[in-house]
Design a protein around this ligand. Structure first.
Ligand code: KG4
Ligand code: ZN
Length: 340
């Protein structure tokens, strides 16, 4: 670690959370997230409403992050921001704000890839959390992403598998919608799964070659299954909700673990780091722990607030890029489909 004092202000606005964080030499001083409740009524994120809410939230969220960190903006070394991937309208709010602030303060601007940030969140200086050694496999699982990445160094990453349709979080949320659960349904399915029998109902796993994933077929299988059962018994969902949730979760975990097994076999890498909102799932956490005993894996799960969308993960990438002098120009553009 460099002996200089590096203060990074980071801004994340790629989807429906407006977030800002302040980092000092790799350690988080503040990590503020304003979640947008407005989308709950629609059962999914409405892009236009998201960008409007970002516009309202960004100034107070940044202000709060600086105050909580007890850092004045004149102390900042650089401003890091999420350039993509994400919703264009949402990204534009964070990008424009970061550009103006960096310009006004006359300090470097650092663009950050959101997917790289989910992975590098494991490198935030944090007591009692070990960092994965290179090379490792990173599995990012959330409402927007499902990827397995071979990570050879901080900035050398290869996507070796990804979803060809829905993200794993969408599989949870869309299944929950079929069952009449609120949005997002992942946490509720997790809670109920603990009370149900995971083998009560069988859903066939998708057959996708290699390390790619597919979840849209599972959603359709669940829909047809529920429609058929409800036709025969209108109280089917209420009578079996915990068992249905347990069976859906069991199927999803099976899909993820099968791909991880294949990825470790193909690469010979057994260090596995996970991130993204779905890594909060207790069944997945247990399955990874079991994998340590069964398959000799070493697994890494970051602090909860660094797994869902947050600005702390943007700050660590900002910090690492700052050390390399890797800055963005003022004419950098937000990029909705930015690749790793
Ligand atoms: O990372 P995140 O907060 O936002 C993005 O999508 O980028 O992830 C949200 C997703 C939602 O799909 C939500 O249902 C899922 O994470 N999720 C869970 C759990 N907690 C959140 N899925 C399963 N089990 C959970 N405990
Ligand atoms: Zn994300």
């Amino acid at each position: 670690m460099s002996s200089q004092n590096i203060y990074i202000l980071a801004i994340e606005s790629s989807c429906d959370d407006t977030a800002a964080a302040v980092m000092h030499n790799g350690k988080i001083l503040s990590n503020i997230v304003a979640s947008q409740k407005i989308h709950e009524a629609y059962g999914g994120v409405v892009p236009e409403l998201a960008s409007r809410a970002h516009q309202q939230n960004i100034v107070p969220v940044v202000d709060q992050a600086l105050k909580k960190a007890n850092v004045d903006k004149t102390q900042l070394s650089a401003i890091a921001f999420t350039r993509g991937p994400g919703l264009m309208g949402s990204l534009l709010v964070g990008t424009s704000f970061a550009k103006s602030l960096a310009y006004g303060l006359d300090i470097p601007l650092i663009d950050v890839n959101h997917m790289q940030a989910h992975i590098l969140a494991h490198f935030i200086e944090e007591e009692n959390f070990k960092k994965p050694p290179f090379p490792f496999l990173a599995m990012t699982i959330s409402g927007g992403h499902t990827q397995i990445v071979k990570v050879s160094s901080h900035f050398d990453m290869d996507v070796i598998g990804e979803t060809i349709d829905d993200a794993v979080g969408e599989a949870f949320d869309k299944s929950g919608k079929i069952l009449g659960l609120g949005y997002p349904a992942g946490p509720e399915i997790d809670r109920r799964a603990k009370l149900g029998n995971p083998k009560a109902f069988q859903f066939t796993k998708p057959k996708v070659a290699g390390l790619n994933f597919s979840f849209s077929g599972l959603k359709t299988a669940i829909l047809y299954f529920i429609q058929r059962e409800v036709k025969a018994n209108s109280k089917f969902i209420e009578a079996n909700l915990n068992d249905i949730c347990a069976s859906i979760q069991y199927t999803i975990i099976g899909i993820l673990i099968d791909k991880l097994k294949l990825a470790t076999k193909e690469t010979g890498i057994t260090h596995i780091a996970i991130g993204g909102g779905v890594s909060a799932n207790s069944g997945i956490r247990q399955a990874l722990k079991d994998g340590e005993k069964k398959f000799g894996w070493t697994t890494y799960i970051p602090k909860f607030e660094y797994t869902t969308d947050n600005a702390a993960m943007i700050a660590i990438v900002g910090h690492l890029k700052y050390l390399e002098g890797d800055y963005a120009k003022q004419n950098v553009m937000a990029s909705a489909r930015l690749k790793l």
